[in-house]
Design a protein around this ligand. Structure first.
Ligand code: ADP
Ligand code: MG
Length: 993
């Protein structure tokens, strides 16, 4: 670990000890209180916080109260106190926080990450800061990785929290909105990250009234297994989606040609492989022969990086080294153009690391000999400027031509994108590794947990490409109705904290993205785990054989073994090998995960052999069975190094809890992905130097550290990818929070009328401003478009004099607003006030929802097309930001217009003679138009709550929009004045946008 980190950590921990002692002394003092007196501390603390003390001020006392409450529960003779029912089992309460647990609690209270090893009792640690922060009366939350743990921990830890007078709730996937609201109304709420995130999306993006909201606060959250949630899961945003209105993909159409193209390439590289074999097998192969062979193999690597035979070749360290040389040669600056030439020999190239594919000219010719340019992207800006420069065209013709060019461009991007995704589906994705096919569906297998993720889909059309490849039904593209990354969801909280066994390796990321410091808490008892050096083999075959041998050895002695694998495929392979060796074992993987927690809990019994894909059963403690300590405790075997050191450490951490003995070892082969892609030539050369025989293994500290360096390289790359996702999402995030804020205001406001007038005011002011623009240029004031707009939008006449009062834009705006106000008042007087208020909200939400929805669709589109533009030299992110801003302005303008139009359309009906009259009232005195709409809306929300999991229903709910603002009470803000929000920016650049 980083030396700087270790040094800093020591200092932080040293400073915490005195506080821990204070808590202990305080807890001693509380011993003399009666139970009731101790319980009375809760209201007392609440009062003190109300009177102005802070949670920091009362931390020591509050933690001491929890500690002493735990002691009383443990010592109590009353079974109702001494035991608690947790997920159907009765557990004795036997925990009083250890000193290190108190320390971990302080770190959590301060909004940082407590790194505490597995089995140190993080569940209990969290109770102290949860209790303390809940005393503020606000909702504090504990975030778990799955529903089971949320339930378990809320019942288990709820025991002490409830004893102290707090209420504890738990969110589960199947709860209805009513129940959810009750849970959030508790002092402390347990639940998973995705439940919290989806509730947020539903509350902010879909609810239509205050009564539908379920969450109440984004105050303080403690995230358990924070690395898993904020780092591993962060790559897939939470999405609520419905099927899109239009489907434009061509996967089914292009699949046959792409499949043929793939076959063609397969033949081609088979030839290369054969030639390479022949060259290398020559008894008197010269250096030139070998070099030629490496070049051939490098071409295979470009064209079909996952080819099985290529993997075989790469078992040879010399080959690996040779390939790396060629790679450097092709990518060096002095050889510009060389790589391009090589690529032309192939039909397409596949960048495995970057995950992209590219058609070559040869490929284009193959796909469409008659018109290979069908696959070349037109250069839109060039075409546009050519059109603009063409003097023979009228303005309308130019517009028409531009439109045509745009359509052609979109069609081609779609086509190329579909081809590229299909090629990826064929070359890089393997059935039963990254996905499984079940019930005519392609289901993602989570890379880290090995669990199938029904409902989740690969993005950007890849999922459909896989469906085409596997000949299952190609599902309609989905359209995003609401989405947020987990990162951005948690960044909303006023205070965030986390705990995990493994955070130090990612300390930089936590700091940079979440502003969270990692504090590594010492273990309660010294750690007895023995980590052996890695064993490295040439081939996977040899490696697996050695793993089975080691398992057998332990098994014969009765020592339990936990084997961690990276993929389902490998778990199943090892399982088959074990069955053949007559070793009874349990497998935890994607396909059978129901009783996961129980199986993991038994993994420490004598003679147990358990195979688990990484992280399966995380959060469940493995206790050693009787007699196992003497055998050395649990032995952990890693069947492969993961891309991330953190995941390996997690696996290691499964043994040797609370000072138990235990050991771990990782097995590596040069065929492993990590080694193939990122193993430095250093590993190859070390191995060559040491000279390896078939079946032999190498185990050397030097190797272990080289492997870790390779992992570091991958980690950095992944961090880059996550950061990039976030960069893109930041754009959406700003828009989303603005839209949601406005939406929330509409739902919760007591004065929807004022809000409505704000919308109208801004819309009018902008138009007036535009009218005055001509005057600024020295021309005559042109109010014709303004009048035309008013005539279209607002269905009552304005006196012509109105437009003569034109001393300034503000005067004119005022005059128009005055008239609108008057008209509105007349209507209001004739309508039931509740109906009017409801209508106001309905019109504003309707405008936001419809348009924001389309906006999201456009943003999805933009994201894709921008990605294609990266084929050119432009930075897609910059383009994305500019374009997104433009779309956003259009959205805002559209919303305001829509509100203006609709509010009067709903409210005012014109008689033929031009007189306004009241809309018809039904027998209840309500507007006749309303009830139907009202009912439709109520129904819409219900389906949403029942069916919106990660994926949507038939129906299209709604979406929100953006800050239109201008406060009614200070309406005279000029476009160039400072914005009233206090940002310091000009009004037109801030809320006046
Ligand atoms: P972690 O989440 O840190 O891996 P858990 O919270 O699952 O650990 O706790 C592991 C085990 O340690 C549990 O069985 C729990 O009962 C036990 N434990 C935790 N804290 C204490 C304590 N202070 N005294 C006794 N047992 C404890
Ligand atoms: Mg835990």
């Amino acid at each position: 670990m980083n030396k700087l980190f270790v040094g800093r950590n020591k200092r932080v921990v040293n400073k915490l000890w005195p506080l821990v002692q204070k808590v202990n002394r305080q807890a001693e003092e509380y011993r003399s209180l009666s139970d009731d007196e101790l319980k009375a501390k809760t209201p007392e603390f609440k009062q003190r916080l109300q009177n102005g003390e802070t949670t920091d001020d009362i931390m020591v006392e509050a933690f001491a109260v929890v500690k002493d409450a735990c002691r009383r529960l443990k010592e109590s003779k009353d079974p109702a106190e001494n035991s608690v029912e947790v997920t159907g089992h009765v557990l004795q309460w036997d925990m009083i926080p250890f000193d290190v647990q108190i320390m971990g609690g302080i770190v959590l209270h301060r909004g940082n990450i407590s790194e505490m090893a597995t089995g140190e009792g993080k569940t209990l640690v969290a109770t102290m800061p949860l209790y303390l922060n809940a005393l503020t009366g606000r909702n504090v939350q504990l975030v778990t990785v799955n529903d089971y743990l949320a339930l378990r921990d809320s019942q288990w830890m709820g025991h002490v929290l409830r004893w102290l007078g707090l209420t504890v709730g738990c969110i589960q996937g199947n709860q209805d909105p009513e129940t959810r609201r009750e849970q959030y109304n508790c002092d402390v709420t347990y639940g998973t990250n995705s439940e919290f995130g989806f509730d947020y999306l539903r509350d902010m993006g879909m609810a239509h009234s205050k009564e539908e909201l379920v969450q109440r606060d984004y105050f303080y959250a403690i995230v358990d297994e924070i690395d898993s949630i904020l780092i591993d899961e962060a790559r897939t945003p939470l999405i609520i989606a419905g099927p899109s209105k239009v489907s434009t993909h061509m996967y089914d159409k292009v699949k046959p040609s792409v499949e043929a193209l793939y076959g063609q390439q397969f033949k081609l590289v088979a030839g290369f492989l054969q030639q390479a074999r022949a060259l290398l097998d020559k008894p008197d192969a010269t250096d030139a022969d070998k070099d030629q062979a490496y070049h051939l193999l490098a071409k295979v690597q470009l064209g079909m990086p996952k080819h099985k035979l290529l993997k075989r070749f790469m078992e040879e360290p010399a080959v690996r080294k040779g390939l790396e040389r060629v790679d450097i040669e092709w990518h060096s600056d002095t050889n510009r153009g060389l790589l391009q030439e090589v690529k032309q020999e192939l039909y397409f190239t596949m960048d495995e690391r970057g995950g992209e594919s590219e058609l070559s000219e040869k490929g284009r010719n193959y796909l469409m000999p008659s018109d290979p340019t069908a696959f070349v992207m037109p250069d839109l800006p060039d075409i546009f400027s050519a059109i603009d420069a063409d003097a023979s065209l009228s303005e309308t013709e130019k517009l028409e031509k531009r439109k045509q060019a745009q359509v052609e461009f979109d069609r081609k991007s779609q086509l190329l994108h579909n081809i590229s995704q299909l090629l990826r589906a064929y070359c890089l994705f393997e059935k039963d590794v990254q996905y499984v096919v079940q019930d005519n569906k392609v289901i993602i297998v989570d890379e880290f947990t090995g669990r199938p993720q029904p409902g989740r889909r690969f993005s950007e059309g890849l999922h459909q490409a896989l469906e085409a490849k596997e000949n299952v039904v190609i599902e309609r593209e989905t359209q995003t109705l609401a989405s947020i990354t987990i990162q951005n969801y948690f960044r909303m909280y006023e205070k965030l904290a986390g705990m995990t066994g493994t955070a130090a390796t990612e300390a930089t990321e936590f700091k940079q993205i979440y502003k969270l410091d990692v504090v590594s808490i010492p273990t309660n008892r010294p750690c007895q785990r023995k980590d052996h050096n890695d064993r490295v083999y040439k081939t996977q075959r040899e490696k697996y054989k050695a793993i089975i041998d080691e398992i057998r050895e332990c098994h014969d002695r009765g020592q339990p073994v936990l084997v961690g694998t990276i993929s389902v495929e490998v778990s199943e392979l090892l399982s088959r090998l074990l069955t053949r060796a007559n070793i009874i074992h349990n497998v935890l993987n994607a396909k059978q995960n129901q009783s996961e927690a129980e199986i993991v809990a038994r993994a420490g019994q004598k003679g147990a052999v358990t195979i688990a894909t990484n992280m399966a059963g995380r959060g469940t403690d493995i206790k050693l069975g009787p007699g196992v300590k003497e055998l050395g405790g649990l032995h952990v075997i890693g069947s492969e190094r993961h891309d991330s050191r953190r995941i390996d450490l997690q696996l290691r951490g499964r043994c040797a809890r609370q000072g138990d003995p235990g050991s771990s070892r990782f097995y590596v082969s040069l065929e492993d992905n990590l080694m193939r892609l990122f193993g430095s030539d250093r590993i190859a050369s070390i191995m060559e130097r040491l000279g390896m025989e078939e079946g032999q293994d190498l185990s050397h500290p030097l190797l272990t550290s080289s492997i870790e360096r390779a992992q570091k390289r991958v980690e950095q790359q992944h961090f880059g990818i996550r950061k990039r996702t976030l960069d893109y999402d930041d754009v959406m995030n700003k828009q989303r929070s603005a839209v949601y804020e406005l939406r929330h205001e509409i739902i919760t406001t007591d004065d929807s009328r004022a809000l409505l007038m704000r919308f109208i005011y801004t819309a009018v002011a902008e138009r007036v401003e535009a009218a005055f623009a001509s005057k600024v240029r020295g021309e005559a004031l042109d109010t014709a478009p303004l009048q035309e707009w008013l005539g279209r939008t607002i269905p009552f006449p304005f006196a012509p004099e109105t437009f003569q009062a034109t001393a300034s834009p503000d005067d004119l705006t005022e005059a128009i607003m005055k008239r609108i106000e008057e008209a509105y008042q007349v209507k209001e007087q004739n309508e039931p006030p509740e109906a009017t208020r409801w209508l106001e909200r309905y019109v504003m939400l309707g405008a936001i929802d419809n348009l924001y929805q389309n906006h999201l669709y456009d943003m999805d589109d933009l994201r894709q097309s921008v990605y294609l533009r990266s084929y050119g030299q432009r930075d897609p992110l910059v383009e994305y930001k500019q374009e997104a801003f433009r779309l956003y302005e259009t959205l805002m303008g559209g919303i305001k217009d829509s509100v203006c139009t609709n509010i009067f359309r709903y409210q005012l009906l014109h008689d033929e003679d031009g007189q306004t009259r009241l809309p018809d009232l039904d027998e209840n005195g309500e507007l006749a138009e309303l009830p139907a709409a009202k009912a439709a809306m109520a129904q819409r929300i219900q389906t949403m709550h029942q069916q919106y999991g990660q994926f949507g229903t038939e129906e299209q709910p709604s979406q929100p929009m953006q800050p239109v603002t201008i406060r009614r009470d200070m309406p005279k803000v000029g476009r160039n004045d400072p914005c009233p929000c206090g940002s310091g920016k000009k009004y037109k650049n801030c809320h006046g946008r």
